[in-house]
Ligand binder design. Structure first.
Ligand code: HEC
Length: 461
């Protein structure tokens, strides 16, 4: 710039708005927190990659950020700290809202220092879905068997989903299933046309129970023993959650030094949630895993729920009934640190009885009537550690919450899980263009059944 223009440049600089601008303040945040989903070809309904694109929807953006709806991260602040949070920090939220409040000024482009990219997660094994599938329903849930093809026992130490048709892939969950369930799952697969089978709240198709036992056929004493010795938990844990992915997720390693054991005959069931709002495209996504022969601390992923909810046997306790028409129905259950669930965990991890267990991450699972959920550890000394607090449940955005510091659970502690549902007339699924009538809802795998599961990733300390 010639000398003549220098004073003009100074004048222009002085005219720059004092408050936040798009280029200096908003763009880096949108880049880090929104653009993975909001760019051409990604799952978000519009792109947020330039000033004009953002300015065109600024009221919507303000509303979605203010309400906390975007980015889609369900865990409330103030419960625990998560290493995998994709949420805006309070400072980022404040900056974005201040910028929007000031009328979303563009400001001048700034030289940006390129942040050092985080190390990429490189899977050792890339496992594609065996068959290409064309989703048809608006929300289409489809499961396929994926074989890791291991020659020897190994540990899975990290997980990523590698979506193929990004416009339609909404969510991916991989379950590890024990080899002894193979024929059962192959029969299920054979029972449905096309690749895999429809599956919604679990890796099984409607009408196929998760627990491979008809509990009503089991004599009472044997049944009680099953809950005592963990056999029932084993049946439920026969499909452990290996990993889950939602758009924008980068995938990553499980907590350092830990891994989930996988036997050569174990297999994976990959549940795809397709959303076809933006059109139907065929998909053959893959998942990627890292594996190790040895880990310092083998991990176990246990889903837990009240046995009475699942078995519907009155002597075990009350069923998980959610009466038609009621707007706030809560069911809770607790698992003692020295009870059958954690005894089972210790036996699986070769730990001494009564040894404390490390909880590395937590997830919660309900279906679409879910309104809120919470898990806490109530310690023997009367104190409490919050694991996760989900004030506004959204079936579409289920996640695992990885603690920055593992939570220690001793034999005198108890994990408490609670779920609240809204079964009021206004919160019903749309069937043929109109809201369905509320019905009494119980535990089950179907789209109109409900579940309340906690899912813990555990190791020894
Ligand atoms: C993980 C993917 C993902 C991320 C990250 C994400 N979005 Fe979204 N966004 C979506 C999807 C999918 C929709 C449409 C469906 C829905 O609302 O769930 C959406 C919808 C929206 C909408 C319109 C509907 C509404 O809820 O207001 C706005 C505005 C929006 N996003 C803004 C943002 C902003 C701002 C960020 C970052 C602070 C962001 N999004 C981050 C996936 C994402």
């Amino acid at each position: 710039m010639g000398r003549l223009f220098a004073p003009l440049a100074a004048l222009l600089a002085a005219c720059q708005p004092q408050g936040p601008t798009y280029h200096a303040d908003a763009a880096p945040i949108l880049e880090a927190r929104c653009v993975a989903c909001h760019q051409n070809g990604a799952i978000g309904p519009f792109s947020l990659t330039s000033y004009d694109e953002v300015a065109a929807v600024k009221e919507l953006v303000a509303d979605s950020v203010e309400s906390g709806r975007m980015p889609p991260w369900q865990a409330a602040d103030g419960c625990n700290d998560y290493a995998n949070s994709t949420d805006l920090t309070p400072a980022e939220k404040e900056t974005l809202l201040a910028w929007l409040d000031a009328g979303a000024p563009e400001g001048r482009p700034v030289e940006t220092v390129q942040a050092k990219p985080a190390p990429r997660f490189e899977p050792d094994l890339v496992l594609p879905l065996p068959e290409r599938y064309s989703p048809t329903d608006l929300d289409d849930y489809r499961c396929q068997i994926v074989d890791p093809g291991l020659a020897a026992p190994a540990y899975v130490t990290g997980f990523v989903a590698l979506p193929d048709a990004v416009q339609v892939v909404h969510h991916v969950i991989a379950f590890r299933v024990k080899g002894e369930q193979r024929t059962r799952f192959e029969d299920m697969d054979a029972g449905f046309d096309g690749p895999g089978w429809p599956c919604f709240g679990a890796p099984t198709a409607p009408g196929y129970d998760v627990v491979d036992i008809d509990l009503s056929e089991v004599p009472l004493t044997e049944l009680l023993a099953m809950f005592e010795n963990g056999e029932a938990i084993d049946a439920l844990g026969g499909f452990g959650w290996l990993g889950s992915w939602a758009p924008g997720g980068q995938g990553g390693f499980f907590p350092e030094g830990t891994g989930i054991p996988l036997q050569p005959d174990d297999f994976l069931v990959v549940q795809m949630h397709y959303n076809t709002a933006s059109g139907t495209v065929s998909d053959q996504s893959a998942i990627g895993i890292t594996v190790a022969n040895q880990v310092e601390r083998p991990a176990i992923v246990v889903p837990y729920a009240d046995p009475a909810w699942i078995a519907d046997l009155p002597f075990l306790g009350d069923p998980m009934t959610i009466p038609a028409g009621q707007a706030a129905v809560t069911h809770s259950t607790g698992m003692d640190g020295d009870g059958p669930l954690f005894d089972y965990v210790r036996s699986q991890l070769d730990m001494p009885s009564d040894a404390p267990v490390a909880i590395h991450s937590v997830a919660q699972h309900m279906h679409t009537l879910g309104r809120s959920g919470r898990q806490v550890v109530e310690h023997g000394d009367g104190t409490e550690t919050c694991l996760v607090d989900i004030p506004d449940w959204d079936f579409d955005w289920q996640s695992r919450y990885v603690f920055t510091e593992p939570v220690v659970l001793g034999p005198d502690d108890e994990v408490v899980l609670s779920c609240t549902w809204d079964n009021s007339p206004a919160n019903q699924p749309v069937v043929d263009g109109s809201l369905a009538e509320p019905v009494d809802v119980e535990w089950g795998e179907g789209t109109r059944d409900e579940m309340c599961l906690g899912i813990l990733y555990l190791t020894e300390l």
